[in-house]
Design a protein around this ligand. Sequence first.
Ligand SMILES: [Zn+2]
Length: 245
Amino acid sequence: MSEFECTVIDSSTQGNVLANNQLNRYFINMGFRRNAILMKYIEKTREGSVVFTTGCGRYNLLLVGGVHGNELPSQAALVHLMEEIILDKISVKCKLHIVPFLIPFTTMNNFRKYNDMDMNRNAHSEGITKKIVDYAQNNSVTALCDCHSTDPNNKPGFASVFCSARPLFDSIKIAKHICINTSSRILPITEAGSVLYGAVEDESNLRGIPAVTCETVEEAGQITSESVNFSYSQIISFLDYFGVI
Ligand SMILES: [Zn+2]
């Protein structure tokens, strides 16, 4: 049985994510609610934005979900990974930081925005998305994977990985690896911050931490095992790039 250290990086974002009916029903169906240790961690999000840390090794990797609260599959995929680690079905050979619910308040309400702001355009300014990049920098994170989902009727609308070639070419290499392994489409831009200013991925790249944004396909506010499993495969492929799984 493996455990996680918990670090609350912002208490103003607190919310009961289990009050999200779609998510709660999925957790019941998957048996997550029967795992008392896992539930103790999920309940911790009532205190705010929590980073769950486990393991040690050469690399220091950060997985983030819930930048957009109504993108449920990637958040559930990170909870699934936590359960696999708790049950010792997966062992990671790195220091792994997992944030399944970056903004519990928005997840609880199935909102995309927080205080009417798209937090994936705000990581350069004050707020929770800046705080998670600060956390990555302060903890010498090697690379960051920001996990989202895209509505099939919105852009990009297909399974994909965003990345930038500059300033850190490693981001492209990570994205290519995930795309080859999961049949996702790569969405490269030349320069971080030039198209999506304030995205967690862009801000991370600009601060010297290679980063990608993974998208599984799901309608906003909805969740199915298919979209969760796809997000999970993208996450595993990110870890596989570093040879830690
Ligand atoms: Zn998103």
